[in-house]
Ligand binder design. Structure first.
Ligand code: SF4
Ligand code: SF4
Length: 279
């Protein structure tokens, strides 16, 4: 984590800042000697939306996907669970999706793979976060050793690169997740206990388990959720992901993003009154 903080500091201090209109030279294609070399021994942090795209592409449940393709690093100072793409367990540590023709899940590759060679930084955020950021946020170039793409003559603006990589959709899907991870609770140094870490991990990343939690527990007897939302989260992963962020704000920070049913509140009130009388 210290390494990451140092890197962030260096980027904020020294990296040339690019805006959407600024141009850079770069091209990545099969004819290059370095082709797919970058898809090995690399830390790729996954967002909840990355996982939805990848697990649906592979027709897997979120549990199967997480177990086979990811790991969750942990250290004592960590404020939030993070999910990282697991490389092959051999000497080369190549990504499990890389093929001789490039990325085997290209249309559904994660945000980080789309962004390279661009990074995104904001003094108030981490470089791993997605989204447009504040007015002082900027893009920067990450020139990885051995990457021949920068010697190519193709020039494009940052905005063109982002559009060609489909970044806008990923950013819009990542907005609420970013708000959650940049919540004032974490900005002030708050750290989740193991139970709440597990809750956040399930609701953000293991959506199939979260769906079971909603439909196979007393969740809907406890919370008053609109019928059309209940119907949409039954089968739609995107709707469920958005609902998960809303529920987490209630469950983790006690924000009024969920409504407890009147009858539950009534029963609770009666029980409390009964207890008081017994005293
Ligand atoms: S040009 Fe860079 S990004 Fe493209 S394959 Fe080579 S190392 Fe990877
Ligand atoms: S997901 Fe695709 S682009 Fe990303 S590292 Fe793996 S093979 Fe490369």
């Amino acid at each position: 984590m210290r390494e990451f903080d140092n890197l962030k500091e260096t980027i904020l201090k020294d990296a040339p800042r690019f805006r959407e209109k600024d141009k850079f030279k770069f091209s990545c294609h099969k004819g290059l000697s370095c082709f797919t070399q970058c898809c090995a021994d690399v830390n790729i942090f996954l967002t909840p939306y990355d996982i939805i795209r990848m697990k649906n592409r592979l027709k897997m449940s979120s549990e199967e996907f997480l177990a086979k393709y990811t790991f969750v690093p942990f250290n004592e100072k960590q404020q939030l669970p993070i999910v990282v793409l697991k490389m092959r367990d051999d000497e080369q540590k190549r990504c499990q999706f890389v093929t001789a023709d490039g990325c085997g899940i290209y249309e559904d590759r994660p945000w980080s793979c789309r962004m390279y060679p661009l990074g995104f930084a904001s003094p108030a955020e981490t470089t791993a976060s997605t989204g447009a950021g504040g007015p002082e946020s900027f893009y920067f170039l990450m020139e990885e050793k051995g990457c021949c793409g920068f010697a190519e003559n193709r020039e494009q603006s940052v905005g063109e690169w982002l559009e060609n990589q489909g970044i806008a959709e990923y950013n819009s899907m990542g907005e609420s997740f970013k708000e959650l991870t940049l919540h004032p609770y974490f900005q002030k140094g708050g750290q989740l206990d193991p139970e709440r870490m597990e809750m956040l991990y399930m609701a953000c990343y293991n959506l199939d388990k979260f769906r079971r939690f909603i439909f196979e527990s007393r969740f809907l007897q406890y919370f008053d959720v609109d019928a059309d939302i209940v119907e949409s989260i039954r089968n739609d992963d995107i709707a469920l992901m958005k609902f998960a962020f809303r529920w987490l704000r209630f469950a983790l920070f006690r924000e009024p993003t969920m409504k407890v049913r009147d009858e539950v509140l009534q029963t609770r009130k009666q029980m409390l009154t009964g207890k008081e009388k017994a005293l």
